[in-house]
Write a protein that binds this ligand. Sequence first.
Ligand code: PLP
Length: 376
Amino acid sequence: MIKFLDLKAINHDVRDELLAACTRVIDSGWYIAGSELQNFEQAFSEYCGTKHCIGVANGLDALSLTLRAWKEMGKLKKGDEVIVPANTYIASVLAITENDLVPVLVEPNSATYNLSADHVERAITAKTKVLLPVHLYGLLADMPALISLAKKHKLLILEDSAQAHGASHKGKKAGAWGDASGFSFYPGKNLGALGDGGAITTDDDELAQVLRALRNYGSHEKYQNLYRGVNSRLDELQAALLLVKLKYLETQVRQRREIVKIYLQGIKNPEITLPYTEGNDIMALEGHVWHLFVIRTPYREELKKHLEAHGIQTLIHYPIPVHKQKAYAEWSDISLPLTEIIHKEVLSLPLGPTMSQDEALKVVSACNSFSYIGAA
Ligand SMILES: *Cc1c(COP(=O)(O)O)cnc(C)c1O
């Protein structure tokens, strides 16, 4: 069986170091807001190339607390609009509605599946205050174009970097482009904790200070509460584990890329659309960290079954678009044809740093032997 992602194998490779980190935390007697968190925050901000990193409990909180902080700072108010890709994971949108802000769902670029500047520009109104690009599947959105739009219209940019640790364009990493960026360390992400975790990166001193308070009951100093904050902290144990795993992130991205090369060169089936690569040049996508390898086919259910029959596990990211979720029943009449077709057709092939070339070749040949025969 070729697993979609073998988390056990990934963590097993660094088991001794993870155990040493656990032992260090257990023996320290200090479990919240200590030196492990500080060390991880420093290491991760250095890695991303930002001045600050603020650890929080998860990726959703990273996004949500940043919007909340901007409200506390007077940069946003209830009812302001936030432009977000319609084909994102629901967390990007929940962060907006949680703050009584209004998500404006925009269709993605049909090739990259990321937010495109033309679609964004058409969606900008007098109420627009924030752009929330998602670096979907590990590919950086078109940040230079989005930044020039943001400058022109005086908008803030919050990157959703939950799938894009280390993704870059011309050497500048995800997390360093926007006014702030939210990361998730959910176990299955490219940089995954052994539980939940998240962080915000930013160069803005004031924002960093407000976020540090918001994540901790709104308090800078014990028993003095400036804001009605929340409890959303990255604990010492997860911070210590993440510090270990951060050292291996670049190597693991290279390992992912080796599998991707095999897929891109080997999969040749007219019924399967491969992910976007600039001019079909794999090396042109140096900055892509390949969190997911997402193909498209009109025969998704059939292909999924065919791959299963060949012992290959696949997943769907994501089967139902946000505007068709019951949670947002008021949007059920909105029509976003490209987003809807993407959700009908996408399928994520197995991809991870511990996958072997042999396994990748098996996936390639199973994809190539698929043909949709049968009554339409
Ligand atoms: C995983 C993910 C999140 C949420 O992260 P959690 O840590 O699970 O809360 C947000 N946005 C995107 C695009 C994600 O993939």
